[in-house]
Design a protein around this ligand. Structure first.
Ligand code: SAH
Length: 202
């Protein structure tokens, strides 16, 4: 599948109907989502199992399934988002198992973890349980988005987990107005795509 086609398909995966700001339910814009997925594909990382932590309405997980990963699972704390994700996967023709749950208690590992965790804008350190889960569960690689201002924390956390940061790549990220406290229609955020290798580092 070409990138433009993937972007188009991801755009049709809806955002949550009533996004909760305390959970930072912000849908991943289709362009950076496609960038993450094609980066993983090029590295041979969509050949096996994929786990999406905080899968929301499913863009990353559905995209991984469309690009050939199997099995693909998503775990998400908000049941309404899980329901939307299941419907979107069916519409897209992707096979993904979406579960309602907390990333902190998730035990089923995968070759590759993908995630767009809360950036910690509403609740400081909201991303920490995600990074803990990613290192606990990823057999080979982690692909994740984070605010540029979190670089030091993420790099340190990788060292502590005995993992190797392969790349920290700035991506274009336009955040559409999602919550009442967002006053502008769209803001550009400084976001990085992280590629981290966990295999062979234990
Ligand atoms: N991955 C989605 C949504 C990212 S927003 C997408 O690509 O569009 C982050 C998501 O993490 C939200 O849906 C939020 O509900 C979820 N979340 C926040 N804390 C969580 C936790 N502790 N366990 C599981 N999901 C969580």
């Amino acid at each position: 599948m070409r990138r433009a086609e993937l972007v188009r398909r991801l755009e049709s995966v809806p955002p949550p109907t009533h996004p909760r700001s305390d959970l930072e339910q912000v849908v991943t814009p289709a362009e950076p989502a496609a960038e993450l997925l094609f980066t993983a594909l090029a590295a041979g990382d969509l050949a096996g199992s994929v786990l999406d932590l905080g899968s929301g309405t499913g863009r990353l997980a559905i995209g991984a399934g469309l690009l050939g990963a199997s099995p693909v699972a998503g775990v998400e704390v908000d049941p309404e988002s899980v329901a939307l994700a299941r419907a979107a996967a069916t519409d897209a023709g992707a096979v993904v198992e979406f579960a309602t749950g907390d990333v902190g208690g998730w035990t089923r590992s995968a070759d590759v973890v993908v995630m767009n965790p809360p950036f910690g804008a509403q609740r400081l350190h909201a991303d920490r349980p995600f990074w803990d889960a990613a290192y606990r569960l990823a057999g080979r690689s982690v692909y994740a988005f984070a605010l540029a201002e979190s670089r030091t924390f993420i790099a340190r956390r990788a060292v502590a987990a005995n993992a190797h940061v392969l790349e920290t790549r700035p991506v274009a990220w336009g955040l559409p107005r999602t919550f009442p406290h967002h006053t502008r229609r769209r803001v550009a955020l400084s976001v990085d795509l992280w590629t981290i290798r966990t295999e062979g580092t234990e």
